[in-house]
Design a protein around this ligand. Sequence first.
Ligand code: NI
Length: 188
Amino acid sequence: MTAEVLVEKKKLAKPPLEIHHLGDRVLRQPAKRVAKVDAEIKQVIREMLQTMYSADGIGLAAPQVAVHKQIIVVDVEPDEAVKPPLILINPTIIKSSRDNSVTQEGCLSIPGVYLDVKRPSEVEVSYKDETGRPQRLTANGLLACCIQHEIDHLNGVLFVDRVENALLLDQELKKHGFSSRAVQTVAS
Ligand code: NI
């Protein structure tokens, strides 16, 4: 992990970026590929990490902070101070397992709502790291779920679009002040 994007895993009183919520159009706009990992992109990455840790999240995608670039940051071990987060630029899923896992998901853009989502248990992803080098990784468990959730954000898709239990979804959204009209159901 390069020092340029390294941040301390702590909560800031004033996080650098604002996280947009369900119903906001910016979340539905697809992100563009990053042509070059330059100083500006590294600054965005730093601020995304600081914003994610400040919000107690384990993943954040650039569209959530109104940056329409294919950048996601993931840290499924936010309490492990020395373990670096994952930074995926232009991520592409190149292989998905046939077997699925159901995980209860949440999203910093839909605070308070936690619901089951079914996704492939294992995925292979190609991406560029924060130095611009091409990388590949195979993920399973929580990491696989989180990476797929964040890549969805880059395509303007939110986890609530994949929730199969429509009745429960409607209830949970209402309970937390969201409208189910903001959901754009994705066929699974
Ligand atoms: Ni999310």
